[in-house]
Structure formats: C-alpha cells, structure tokens
Design a protein around this ligand. Sequence first.
Ligand code: 4NP
Length: 153
Amino acid sequence: MKSVLFICLGNICRSPMAETVFRHIVETNGAETDYNIDSAGLISYHEGESADSRMRNFAYQRGYHITHISRPIRTSDFYEFDYVIGMDSDNMSKLRRLRPDDAKAELHLMTEYCRNVEADVVPDPYYGGAAGFTNVIDILEDACQGLFEALNG
Ligand code: 4NP
C-alpha cells in the first residue's frame, strides 16, 4: 500500500484538487487498491467545509468531482503517510517544522513531478480570478501524472 497526502494552506482549493486528479489517474490505471490518498490543510479555518465553489466549478468543467471535506493536518499524518506533498514553498517550510524527526513521511513539493508544464509552485488561487483556478488544474494534471509514474516506475 502506498499512501499520499496532499497539503495546501486552506484545504479547500489546491490540495483537494490534487487529491481528486491523482485519484482519477490511479483509478484509470486500475491501481486504487494499492493507494491511500487524502488531503489536508495547514490552517483549520475551513475545517468541515466542502472545497471552494470556484474550485469545484472549474474542476467540474474538466470532468472532476471534488468530494473532500476540509481538515487540518495532524501529527499522526507524518507517521501514516509515505509521501506528504505541499503546493508551494511556504507549505514546505511549515511541513518541515511540523514533521517529527522519527516520522516516515517524505516531504515533497508538488511541482517536482511536473514533466511538461513549467511551474516552480502551485500558486494560491484564493484571492485571484478564473485564470488562477484553471492554472492550478493545468499544473496538477501534469504533476499528478508525473507523481504516479514516479511511484510506479
Ligand atoms: P488553498 O487556498 O490553500 O489552495 O486551499 C486557500 C484557501 C483559503 C485561504 C487561503 C488559501 N484562506 O486564507 O482562508
């Protein structure tokens, strides 16, 4: 069993989208029984909420249905998940501070796995317009494909 936890700030835009795209790729490849996939946020402000309606609408236009309910990251996640994947450098520095030294989780930046799209980070779309949300999906489709190949290579 491989386990992957996607992380962003609020867990209502980028990481639920990443979870949904990655799960779609895993299912398309018939590998769903091999994977535990989830997402979480670095802040608890949106705990219990569905994903942002703008993110859900742009996702729907690409054929994705986001069902995740926001939850904050917990210390036990670093022991339960093999890969904890942040969306930007601020996420990564917070994850490095939170990760206990004896935890098994490897921390990675989502865009490490990009193959075709050029992006340093998955930028926070929350305070921007439509282009920010479609850009998030463009980056995540490429990076999640790269991640799947890295984990199954
Ligand atoms: P996310 O976007 O980290 O991609 O879920 C954000 C959602 C909420 C906030 C910031 C970013 N916020 O400040 O509430």
